[in-house]
Design a protein around this ligand. Structure first.
Ligand SMILES: *[C@@H]1O[C@H](CO)[C@@H](O)[C@H](O)[C@H]1NC(C)=O
Ligand SMILES: *[C@@H]1O[C@H](CO)[C@@H](O)[C@H](O)[C@H]1NC(C)=O
Length: 437
């Protein structure tokens, strides 16, 4: 079974044409009562990179994230006190949203991340703030600002906090970035219309690390109580990521708008909680088919273990998919034997498996790739697992190996709509042209 990759003909043409960036500005749309739509844009948006360059930059950014997520790493404060040990969160995501904080409103761009929970922005007066493109939020100028007491449930939900006398937090991310400050409550505005009061957020006066440079803060969409999705009580959210090299933004929906259009073939699989990593959305991956072959991957390979290790998470902030080594090796072997092209040196790409394209190729056939989740098969579009770069003449697999945890990354999620239903504890998905939503 093969997918004819005629799409690659279009891609080659597209790579020769200078990208044209949307001139109309995205923003927020009030499309239904209680529902919110915001537009995600990629951190390299407007940067004039090829698709391969975009992927390479994302893999580089995600390197530390992956290493430290797997290790369940802990950041210790300089004084070595137990109190100030902070578990490490994913954090430096790949997408941004525009939103506003306070009364009157102050706009800023924030990284959106399904791999962490806390919402935060830089706050005056700064002990240590990095440069951000918009003015830093000054709580003394906002009439809707208040500090949250140490007795509040959100303060208690913080992984690391001290009471001195307000609820002070320390939150650490996979790339060694940290934010520190006071937990507070504010009104957030999504677009000009949708105003949500009393959102608990970190007012960070000490923010350090390279990972934040694209955003003036972060909006966590994880499963824990501090995240925006938990605080909105919306129960459901959904996103649909446009192609990595698409100039269009990607929609993100909360609440009633987080649902599928009519007539789609929707698959559904359970979302699994891991008590030792309450932020992450785990999925049960039971097998993988390459071409016509169901790979003989041991059933336990992607399973979440009793000690909280292993498992596979779905993450918007990790670029490509990382599979537990045993499983990856079988996937790699199947591609090597089924792709009718010469294997090439992949070292310049940052990926692991590449093939040389014949110079006269107009279409390339690649094997189908199906992920068998509990209850639903995900038949991936070819452009979600292969990348073609006309300048190097390489066709590469965008999956690599990991040990300790597997991650279903955002490259594999392009042009699929995902609905996270936190009440039913299911993840549903369907193929959708995301720039048409
Ligand atoms: C987000 O805001 C920034 C700064 O105000 C602006 O330049 C950018 O175009 C906005 N992006 C979208 C997608 O609205
Ligand atoms: C985009 O990059 C290409 C190749 O590096 C360059 O030739 C072109 O001038 C750039 N276009 C813009 C708008 O910067």
């Amino acid at each position: 079974m093969t997918h004819p990759l005629s799409i690659f003909v279009l891609m080659v043409v597209a790579l020769l044409v200078p990208p044209t960036w949307a001139t109309s500005r995205g923003g927020f749309h009030d499309i239904a009562p209680k529902g919110i739509r915001v537009d995600l844009f990629h951190v390299d948006y407007g940067g004039n990179f090829t698709k391969l360059e975009l992927l390479q930059r994302a893999i580089k950014r995600g390197k530390h994230r992956l290493e430290r997520l797997k290790a369940g790493d802990v950041l210790a404060a300089d004084d070595g006190s137990d109190e100030l040990q902070a578990p490490v969160h994913a954090g430096n995501g790949e997408f941004l949203i525009n939103l506003s904080i306070g009364t009157p409103t102050v706009p800023f761009s924030a990284i959106v991340d399904t791999g962490s929970d806390l919402i935060w922005t830089q706050c005056k007066p700064c002990t240590s703030c990095y440069n951000q493109p918009t003015p830093i939020f000054d709580p003394s100028k906002s009439s809707s600002y208040s500090n949250l007491p140490c007795s509040s449930s959100l303060c208690k939900a913080l992984p690391t906090s001290t009471c001195s006398p307000d609820c002070e937090y320390l939150y650490a991310y996979g790339d060694y970035s940290t934010t520190q400050g006071v937990l507070a409550s504010e009104t957030f505005t999504f677009g000009s219309k949708i105003t949500v009061p009393h959102i608990g957020f970190g007012c960070g006066d000490d923010n350090e690390g390279k990972g934040f440079s694209q955003g003036a803060g972060l909006v966590g969409l994880g499963w824990g109580p501090l995240s925006l999705i938990s605080q909105l009580g919306a129960g459901k959210f959904s996103y649909c990521l446009t192609s990595l090299d698409d100039s269009k933004t990607s929609p993100l929906f909360f609440g009633s708008t987080a649902s599928f259009g009519k007539g789609l073939k929707v698959g559904s699989t359970p979302l699994i909680k891991n008590p030792s990593q309450p932020t992450f959305y785990y999925l049960s991956l039971e097998g993988i088919t390459v071409g016509g072959t169901l790979l003989s991957i041991p059933k336990s390979t992607f399973a979440l273990k009793d000690d909280g290790s292993g498992g596979l998470i779905i993450d918007s902030g990790t670029s490509i998919t990382y599979l537990e080594e045993v499983g990856y090796k079988l996937v790699r072997k199947a591609f090597v034997s089924q792709v009718q092209l010469e294997e090439a040196d992949a070292s310049s790409t940052g990926l692991d498996l590449c093939f040389s394209l014949p110079s006269d190729a107009s279409t390339v056939e690649v094997p189908k790739l199906v992920f068998h989740f509990n209850g639903a098969d995900l038949d991936l579009p070819a452009e979600n697992y292969m990348i073609l770069d006309s300048s190097t003449g390489l066709l590469c697999l965008t999956i690599m190996d990991s040990t300790g945890m597997s991650i279903f990354g955002n490259f594999q999620q392009q042009n699929l709509q995902f609905v996270y239903d936190l009440q039913k504890e299911t993840l549903s998905f369907a193929p959708v042209q995301c720039d048409q939503l």
